[in-house]
Design a protein around this ligand. Sequence first.
Ligand code: AP5
Ligand code: MG
Length: 214
Amino acid sequence: MKIIMLGAPGAGKGTQAKKIAEKYSVPHVSTGDIFRANIKNGTELGKEAKKYMDQGQLVPDELTVKILLDRVAQDDCKNGYVLDGFPRTIPQAEVLEKALSKLGEQIDYAINIDVPDETIVNRMSGRRACISCGATYHIVSIPPKKEGICDTCGNELVLRDDDKPETVRKRLSVYHEQTQPLIDFYEKRNILKSVDGMIGSKEVFEIIVSFLGE
Ligand code: AP5
Ligand code: MG
């Protein structure tokens, strides 16, 4: 099972990708989480990625594509994966498609979570993220059991550097310009499934399961 999560920043891609990964026993592969782990560990890749991420810009395709292809070539991805935050540009989608077709494989579903821009800025200011395992919470709608602590791994939750309202607005405009065209790209390949992301995260997941099967 190979799945792509599409949607604006804050639409709930990470929230749903985690649940899908757990239910269907496939890894959750988030390019954003990979970059953040590199930033935390002070790697060269992290330093380079941070320049773009803090501005709400995309990390260049050359860098991102290599990281992603290396990741999905690992052993734990042989039965599939959920991609969260990749592809984010048409060239990224084309590279992925080519790499898979060389292996005789393809993406099974692209799931688009639809949330209007006005809701996004609000959601982001209440988001708390775990840098260790990538879990995300919301201080009002999806709080952790213990304030400031990740339910899954027990590490500290933080407000992401790129969740400031002005950076979120920039990320939204980059999304509309560079990422939204992917909805059409996957629609044409007949693998697009869209879900309204304004309902509760549990309900969103139920709809996704209805697409993917029990
Ligand atoms: P990335 O980490 O992918 O960020 P993003 O796409 O901006 O998305 P977010 O993680 O902010 O949101 P999400 O959709 O995962 O929402 P979440 O589930 O957390 O990328 C960060 C940066 O890295 C990019 O800006 C770019 O610079 C770089 N990058 C990454 N990949 C790249 C690529 N392929 N190419 C180039 N650059 C790349 O939910 C949001 C909040 O809402 C949470 O608080 C959550 O608890 C809450 N919530 C979720 N669902 C619901 C619901 N149904 N109702 C109410 N609240 C909800
Ligand atoms: Mg995310």
